[in-house]
Structure formats: structure tokens, C-alpha cells
Design a protein around this ligand. Structure first.
Ligand SMILES: [Fe+2]
Length: 241
């Protein structure tokens, strides 16, 4: 299923999307924290491994098995690269840090990009289903309160998705105390204090194999595969209503 051209193209997408090109293990594996700090204070346990999304391959109407398989492979690459980045930070010379060009600067950018890319991809895949669902009344009410109606929410969400190069998201904004729609071109642009309820991946690798030049068709196909029960559960968890 995975032809070499797709794999090479996808690799370039990963590099462009995460800034991995800025980080090389050779550069990072130099002196062991000459400044003396451990640098591991923000590391998290990654012992569980990437999530298993094999159930989605070949089961999503509107998405070819090849596309989903390739996208899941990319997600797994993010996971393992994030794992490597967490291990890498203990071996970077903190004393040479500067804001123009340094290994620590590269690491800080890569770490944040990879962390958010990992969370967003899991949020995306977790809310896909082979089933056809409608949003529940509680979710519809929340969207109607915030956007006027479910349909008006969708118009705004779709316009946002078409305006960005990475992610459109329905989030719970803790500051405003209501759902809002955001759009970002890079994973590290996430809105502080907001929790994702529903995200759609607008990177080319998420749809071009099936919908090249047709992002609207991709969005329509994706909407039919949304697991609205998952979205509502996320809303209830963060909104505490
Ligand atoms: Fe993706």
C-alpha cells in the first residue's frame, strides 16, 4: 500500500510541519549538560507507546485504507520522535543557549511542536468512527448557545479549516467559559487555557491522497465520520455542566 513516493512526500510533510529539520541527534548528543541542570523536569512518561488505530484502516467510508494507514504511520513517527526528544534534552549543553542559533533553542521548538502534534493527532483519531452518528442534544445545545445553531457552528468551523494549514479546532475556552473555534498553521500555536473538543487535520498528508485539491470534499467526508459521543464526553468533562 505504501509506495515510496508517498513515504518520501510524507517525510517531507513531517519535517516541514514539526521543525524536525532543525534538530539532529548528532548535534544534540554532545556534551552532557555542562551547565549542570538535568533538563528533564518537563519530561513525561511515554511508556504506554503510541495508540493503536488499526481499527480505522479500511473501515472509514470516504477514506482509503492507504490514506489512513499512512496518516497513522505519521502519528507514530511523531510519538517516537517526541520520545527521542525527551531523552535528548539531558545531553544538550545549556551553557551555549541563545535565541538565534543553539541546540537548546532547537530542542525547545521541536519539543513543543512534537508534544502538541502528538496530542492533536490522538484527539483527531480518537473521534473518528465507521458509524454514522448525529450530535446529541446536549452538544447541539452548547453549540447553539455559542454559535447560534449547529449549522452556523459548522459554517464557521469549515471556514476556519479552509483558512489554515494545520488544524481547525472546536475548543473549550476556560477564560471565556464557552466553546470557541480556533485555527492554527503550526502545532505550537495552540490557545493557552483551551481544551480540544474536536479537531480536524488540515495538513496535506491528512487528505491529499484521496482529495487532492478538494479540501471541502475532505471536510464533508470527515464530518460524516465524527464520533459525536466522544466530542460530547469531552465537553462534559471540561465544562462541568
Ligand atoms: Fe496529520
Amino acid at each position: 500500500m505504501d509506495s515510496n513516493p508517498i513515504n518520501r512526500r510524507t517525510f517531507l510533510w513531517i519535517v516541514a510541519g514539526t521543525g524536525l529539520g532543525l534538530v539532529s541527534s548528532g548535534r544534540a548528543a554532545g556534551a552532557a549538560n555542562k551547565a549542570g541542570a538535568s533538563g528533564s523536569g518537563h519530561a513525561r512518561s511515554l511508556t504506554s507507546g503510541p495508540k493503536d488505530y488499526k481499527r480505522l484502516v479500511g473501515s472509514l467510508e470516504g477514506f482509503s485504507a492507504a490514506l489512513v494507514q499512512e496518516h497513522v504511520r505519521i502519528y507514530r513517527e511523531y510519538y517516537y520522535e517526541f520520545e527521542r526528544e525527551n531523552a535528548r534534552d539531558r545531553f544538550i549543553d545549556l551553557a551555549t543557549s541563545d535565541s538565534l542559533n543553539s541546540n537548546w533553542r532547537d530542542h525547545c521548538h521541536a519539543w513543543l511542536n512534537l508534544r502538541n502534534a502528538l496530542v492533536l493527532h490522538e484527539n483527531y483519531f480518537d473521534a473518528l468512527t465507521p458509524l454514522s452518528m448525529d450530535p446529541g442534544d446536549r452538544l447541539k445545545r452548547a453549540l447553539t448557545d455559542a454559535f447560534g445553531s449547529f449549522d452556523q457552528w459548522w459554517v464557521k468551523f469549515r471556514a476556519t479549516a479552509l483558512a489554515v494549514q494545520a488544524w481547525a479546532a472546536l475548543v473549550w475556552d476556560e477564560m471565556l467559559g464557552r466553546p470557541v473555534v480556533i485555527g492554527i498553521d503550526n502545532s505550537n500555536q495552540w490557545a493557552i487555557g483551551s481544551s480540544p473538543l474536536l479537531v480536524v487535520d488540515m495538513a496535506e498528508h491528512a487528505y491529499c491522497l484521496d482529495y487532492v485539491g478538494r479540501p471541502v470534499a475532505y471536510l464533508d467526508a470527515w464530518r460524516k465520520r465524527v464520533n459525536w459521543k466522544v466530542v460530547e464526553a469531552r465537553l462534559l468533562k471540561v465544562a462541568r455542566s
